[in-house]
Ligand binder design. Sequence first.
Ligand SMILES: Nc1ncnc2c1ncn2[C@@H]1O[C@H](COP(=O)(O)OP(=O)(O)OP(=O)(O)O)[C@@H](O)[C@H]1O
Ligand SMILES: [Mg+2]
Length: 295
Amino acid sequence: MTSNQATSPAWRDLFRVLVVVVLFWVLAAHWELSEKLAHTLQSYERFQLDEVPLTLLVLSIGLAWFAFQRTHEVSELLVANRHLTQRLMSAQEDERRTLAQELHDEVGQACTALRIEAAYITKTIHSNPSAALEAAQRIDQSSLRMHSLARDMLKRLRPPNLDSLGLAESIQELCTSWERHCHIQCHCLMNNLPHGLPDVLCTALYRVTQEALTNIAKHAQASQVWISLHAHQDVLTLSISDNGRGLQQGSNKTQGLGLTGMRERVASLHGHIHFEDAQPGLRIHVEVPISKASS
Ligand SMILES: Nc1ncnc2c1ncn2[C@@H]1O[C@H](COP(=O)(O)OP(=O)(O)OP(=O)(O)O)[C@@H](O)[C@H]1O
Ligand SMILES: [Mg+2]
């Protein structure tokens, strides 16, 4: 849609308002409406009804100011939205570039190495069987490395199968592997969650936890993390706390996408999210109504 197409309905509406105002002015002048109104209201002067026209004029000026302010806010939101979309697209591009680079560097080279080792085995299998055996062991090691690389890439592209593992176990697995990589203790407390939680809810809470843990590793300088996930009646509550430096003044207003993404995911499920400076550390508290998640 061009900007011309986008703005023309607004100009058309303004034109209609002006036409109605001019028409009203002509008819009011013709029938002397103000004089008649003033005359009628004069007889109710003791109820101060003669002040109504001026009061209505002030009200319409007030409403025009209110509309102008809201329009201004909406255009600021649109600019912020466009900016976020651009950041999201460039983040996706970055991730694709990194994956492509890893595929090229790791998988491409590993395949070449495997082919060289296989050719070496074919050549030496009769003349030097022990060298051929060592080459076969190197192939085994390389294929193990490739397998774990492929698993890491798949996990980044898609969360592990939440359907088969369940939300609690997927988050538990995420914490265990994060703890191993980041050397920060992560304590998980999950009580029995109801079966058959909507997929969209599980994916959202998994991604919120993933981003919170990434942020803790990147920004918090924490040594301990606590994650709790429990359901009470229709509400699923997720809480992630760390004992790090906490949100610095205004730090959640940076250009990062993580906190915004968390807010949007939770809002799309009709839930609430709070970022609370727990001193020390940051506490993220999420509440989501289960029954509304699939609607
Ligand atoms: N656990 C935390 N402890 C301390 N500061 C935090 C924590 N989580 C977030 N922050 C602060 O909030 C800011 C915004 O986080 P956000 O996840 O939105 O962006 P980012 O991590 O900087 O970038 P991105 O997530 O887009 O890669 C961070 O720059 C950091 O200063
Ligand atoms: Mg982040």
